[in-house]
Design a protein around this ligand. Structure first.
Ligand code: ZN
Length: 278
C-alpha cells in the first residue's frame, strides 16, 4: 500500500491538517505500506519559506515519519518540488485535449458571480468554440450532465458512486499553469499511490480526477482507494483555514504543548468514518 500526505504551504498548518496527516501515517503503518510526503507548491507565488518550514517542524512534532519525499526545504527545491513536474502536467493536459473534452473560457470569477450569483461555473463558454491556443485563456473540462464515477473506499474497499454534479472545472489556469486537479492526478500516478486520505472538501475534486482517469484510460488511478475524512470546524461551524494565529499548530508547538490532542482528533476522524460507512 502506498499513500501520501500532501500539504499546501500557503499558511501555517492547523489541527485539522495535523489530524489528517496522523490518520494517513497510522493507516500506512497499520497496512505496512509506504508514506510519501508531497508538498503541493504548484502555485509558487502563494508559497512562503516559513510555511514550508512549518510542514517539516509540524511533522516532526507529530511524530510522523515518511518513507519518500523531501527531508527539508533544500531537498524540496532541488528534487521534489512540483515545479520539476510541470512538463508532465502539460503532457497530460495535451492528452486530454485530444479527447475533445476541453474548451476555452474567458470568464473571470467576478463575471461568473455577477451572472449567476454563485461561484459555480455555469458553462457559459462551453459552446462558444473559442480557440484553446488563445494566450491568457483558461481551459475547462466538459463534465457530463448527471454523470457519476465509481470510487473505491478505504479501508472497506467497497465501491461507491459519486456525482460529477458541479461546474466545469478549470484545468489550465489563465496564467498558463496547470490546475490542482491535473498536478495532483499526475503526481498520484507518478508516485504510484493506491490509497488517498483527504478531506470531504475534496470529494468533488476526487470525482473530477476519477473522471479524467476514465477519459484517458488510466485504470491504476480508478483502482485507488479513497478515505475522505470529516473537516474540523470552529465554534461557529465554519471550516478551519490555515492561520497565523492561535489556531495554528505552530502556536501550540511554541507554547510547549504536545501533539496528543491532534492524535485524539485523528482517532475521532477514523471513528466517525467507520461509523458513517456502516
Ligand atoms: Zn467562460
Amino acid at each position: 500500500m502506498r499513500t501520501r500526505i500532501a500539504p499546501t504551504p500557503s499558511g501555517f498548518l492547523h489541527a485539522g491538517n495535523g489530524a489528517a496527516f496522523v490518520l494517513a501515517h497510522e493507516l500506512a503503518r497499520q497496512e505496512e505500506g509506504s508514506l510519501l510526503l508531497r508538498i503541493d507548491d504548484l502555485d509558487q507565488e502563494r508559497v512562503r519559506p516559513d510555511h514550508v518550514e512549518d510542514v517539516f517542524l509540524t511533522l516532526e512534532w507529530l511524530g510522523i515519519t515518511w518513507d519518500n519525499g523531501p527531508r527539508n526545504s533544500m531537498d524540496l527545491a532541488s528534487t521534489w518540488s512540483q515545479q520539476h513536474r510541470i512538463v508532465a502536467y502539460h503532457a497530460l493536459l495535451r492528452e486530454l485535449r485530444m479527447t475533445g473534452n476541453l474548451y476555452a473560457c474567458t470568464c473571470s470569477r467576478k463575471e461568473v458571480l455577477d451572472r449567476t450569483g454563485s461561484t459555480e461555473y455555469d458553462g457559459h463558454c462551453r459552446y462558444r468554440g473559442l480557440d484553446l491556443d488563445t494566450p491568457g485563456i483558461t481551459w475547462r473540462l466538459k463534465l457530463p450532465a448527471g454523470g457519476k464515477v465509481d470510487m473505491k473506499t478505504w479501508p472497506s474497499g467497497e465501491t461507491e458512486k459519486i456525482t460529477l454534479d458541479q461546474g466545469d472545472p478549470v484545468l489550465l489556469q489563465r496564467n498558463g499553469r496547470p490546475a490542482y486537479h491535473i498536478a495532483s492526478l499526475v503526481d498520484d500516478l507518478r508516485f504510484q499511490m493506491d490509497a488517498i486520505v483527504r478531506g470531504t472538501d475534496l470529494l468533488a475534486s476526487t470525482a473530477v480526477q476519477l473522471h479524467i482517469a476514465e477519459l484517458l484510460g488510466l485504470p491504476t488511478f480508478n483502482s485507488v482507494r479513497f478515505l475522505h475524512h470529516p473537516l474540523l470546524t470552529d465554534r461557529n461551524g465554519a471550516k478551519l483555514s490555515k492561520s497565523e494565529g492561535s489556531a495554528s499548530l505552530r502556536h501550540a508547538r511554541e507554547n510547549g504543548q504536545g501533539p496528543e490532542a491532534v492524535h485524539v482528533l485523528a482517532a475521532q476522524f477514523l471513528g466517525r468514518y467507520i461509523a458513517d460507512t456502516q
